[in-house]
Ligand binder design. Structure first.
Ligand code: DP6
Length: 327
């Protein structure tokens, strides 16, 4: 082993075209491709240290030990890295988010992206972006989109080798902003992993998947042309389709709270007034309000007037997962 310790940073991402449902849940091979934007300044920093004195892997998140389930997910990814690097040493993993955990921002995406980069580097591997994206995907599907920078597309593929994400435009291509509107700090009642497994129980999932290539084309074209109107239409449609699948699953998943719906109404009426703004919602009640970077302050001011809003975080397009040199 050339190196036993490495530190990496990665940001979460917000999906414009959503990943919901797997064709292979163990490897997170998705039922459809997806497109996202990395969220700058929201950062997970992860240090991985392979230590021959350890009898098992250790994982601390934000300075605290985690559940056995979280440790197991980390260990499964570390096992893949150990197999690739042909080593057997256990590792101490410390991960810190500079944003509040469990506010519906996918910290598993930034977490597994940073873990993949730090753990492979510390094990002496030099994985390229595609290999890192595939590795991160095995930890959490959406994590594969936090390896490349800017605006990112996840090619669904149908097996491990061809399911990975790549950048379709750099962070500076388009000054968009995500106003992450928090209405509830409660832990998600149903995790995404459980939700993915339920997607197939909705009769709407097949229609959602069949039309995904069309929505991906519209979304990619809107990003490349910096066309906000086209982006808004396809982003809201795609979010609504995913939630339609969610609340027609068995059992049904209804993540929205009254405040969620109030924000959806407000955003649609602002767009009717002519403001470039749209919403997208993940597996939780909080709302990502997308707007142009230069209008972010005015939009945040409006959002803060709405009922039930407890906090608004803002993020611009973020860069790729990166190694940090040791001080
Ligand atoms: C609604 O990537 O969190 O945010 O692979 O089980 O960890 P696991 O799921 P995850 O699912 C993300 C679901 C989503 C949509 C998206 O980000 O594309």
């Amino acid at each position: 082993m050339t190196s036993i310790s490495a530190t990496a940073v990665a940001c979460p991402n917000i999906a414009f075209i959503k990943y919901w449902g797997d064709i292979d849940p163990s490897l997170h091979i998705p039922a459809n491709g997806s497109i996202s934007m990395n969220l700058a300044n929201l950062i997970t920093r992860t240090i991985v240290n392979y230590d021959p004195s350890l009898l098992q892997d250790q994982f601390r998140l934000n300075g605290e030990s985690t559940t056995d389930e979280a440790l197991e997910r980390v260990s499964i990814l570390l096992n893949r890295v150990r197999q690739l690097a042909n080593i057997s040493t256990f590792a101490r993993v410390e991960s810190n988010n500079n944003f509040p955990t469990s506010v519906g921002i996918a910290s598993s995406a930034s977490g597994f992206a940073a873990l993949s980069l730090a753990s492979s580097k510390a094990a002496g591997l030099e994985l390229d972006e595609k290999e890192l994206s595939r590795l991160a995907r095995t930890g959490s599907g959406s994590a594969c989109r936090s390896i490349p920078g800017g605006f990112v597309e996840w090619h669904a593929g149908d097996e491990d080798a061809d399911s990975y994400a790549y950048s379709i435009a750099s962070p500076s291509h388009w000054n968009l902003a995500d106003c992450i509107t928090i209405v509830s700090q409660e832990e998600k009642p149903i995790s995404s992993s459980v939700g993915h497994a339920l997607a197939e129980t909705s009769i709407l999932q097949a229609a959602r998947i069949a039309d995904a290539p069309h929505r991906l084309n519209l979304c990619r074209a809107a990003i490349l042309a910096c066309d906000f109107d086209q982006l808004a239409e396809v982003v809201e449609l795609d979010s609504n389709l995913m939630h339609a699948v969610m609340f027609t699953s068995t059992p049904p998943l209804l993540y929205w709270q009254p405040a969620t719906v109030a924000i959806m109404h407000a955003v649609q009426s602002w767009r009717k007034e002519g403001l470039p703004v749209c919403y997208t919602i993940d597996a939780g009640p909080n709302v990502h309000v997308l707007c142009l970077g230069e209008q972010v302050e005015m939009i945040v001011e409006r959002i803060q007037q709405l009922p039930g809003v407890t906090q608004v975080l803002t993020a611009h397009p973020g860069g790729p997962a990166m190694l940090e040199e040791r001080a």
